[in-house]
Design a protein around this ligand. Sequence first.
Ligand SMILES: Nc1ncnc2c1ncn2[C@@H]1O[C@H](COP(=O)(O)OP(=O)(O)OP(=O)(O)O)[C@@H](O)[C@H]1O
Length: 299
Amino acid sequence: MSHSDALMNLHGSQIRGYQLLEPIGSGSYGVVYLAFSGPDSIAIKVSVREEDLLMEASVLQQLYYKNVSPKFFFNDKFGPFHTLGMEILGPDIESLRQKADFKFFERPTLIKFTYQALTCLEALHTLKIVHRDVKLSNFAVTKPTTPENRVAVRIFDFGLSHVYADADGTLRDDPRNFDFKKMKYAAYEPSLGCDPMPKDDICQLGYAVMYAAGFDFGKKLKCPDDELSNWKRELIRVPAETLPLPVQFMLPFYELVGDLDDIIPIQYDLLKQRVQECMPEVDTSDLILSDEDGRLTLI
Ligand SMILES: Nc1ncnc2c1ncn2[C@@H]1O[C@H](COP(=O)(O)OP(=O)(O)OP(=O)(O)O)[C@@H](O)[C@H]1O
C-alpha cells in the first residue's frame, strides 16, 4: 500500500490515547481525522510532510491564546507519518459557500467574514508570520456553542506559512523555496516573483471575498497569464473600475487594500473600519451558523 493510500486508511488507529474515526478532510499532503478519547473529540492531521507539519505546529502553538486558529494539542510521529492534534473546528468557509443559495454569501455575511478574517491575519502578522495560502477553504468557523448557534471565524492550514522577519525586522528567507509564481491565486506581486508579505495575505483575502460574493474567480484564474496579471494590477491601481459587481459595495475596503505596501505598517483597525463602513448596520461579531433541517447556512 502506498503512503497516500495508507494515509486514508488509519481509521481505528490509536494516537496519543485518541482513536481515529473517519477522515473529515484532506488536502494535498495530509488527511485530517476526527479522533475520540472518551467524551473528548479532536482533529488529528496526519501527513508525510514533516517540515510543513512542524511549521504548522509551531504557528498553532504561538497563536494558542489568540482565539484565531484551532488550539494546538500535540505533534508526534506515527510510523512513517507526522501527526498534529488540534481543536476540532466546524465547517470550512468554502464548503459553506457551496451549500449557500446560488453558491454565494449575502452581503452581511461577507462583511462579517471579512472583518473576522482580518482579525485572524492581524494576529498572525503580529508574530511576523505570513500565511501565503489565504483562500476560503483555509478559514473555518468554530463549533457552535450558544443556543443561537453563534460562531467565529478561524484560520488554519499553516503548511505554507513563513516567519518572514526576525524580531528586529531583518527579513528571513525560506529555505523551502516555494514558487508562488505558479500559484494562480497568488497576490499581484508574488505572481511576479516577489516574496509574499503580509499585504499579500490581505490581497488574497480580497480575492477570496470576491469569490464568496459570487464572482466567477475560477474562470478569471483560467485567463492567459498576462491577462490575469493585468487584472490583478488594475485591481490595486484602479479598484473602482476593476472590482467585480458583487463586491462593488466593498470599494472602501478594496481601495485601502490597493494602497498597502511592504514598508508602512498595516493599519488593521483602519481596514476593519473600512469593512464596517460598507454596511454600518451589520454587527460583525454576530455570525450565526444556522442549521435548518440539517442545512447549514452562514448568516
Ligand atoms: N482543526 C480542524 N477541524 C476540523 N476540520 C479540519 C481541521 N483542520 C483541517 N480540517 C479539514 O481538513 C481539510 C484539510 O486540511 P488542511 O487544509 O489543513 O490540509 P492540507 O493537506 O494542508 O490542505 P491543502 O491542500 O489546502 O494545503 C480542511 O479543508 C478542513 O475541511
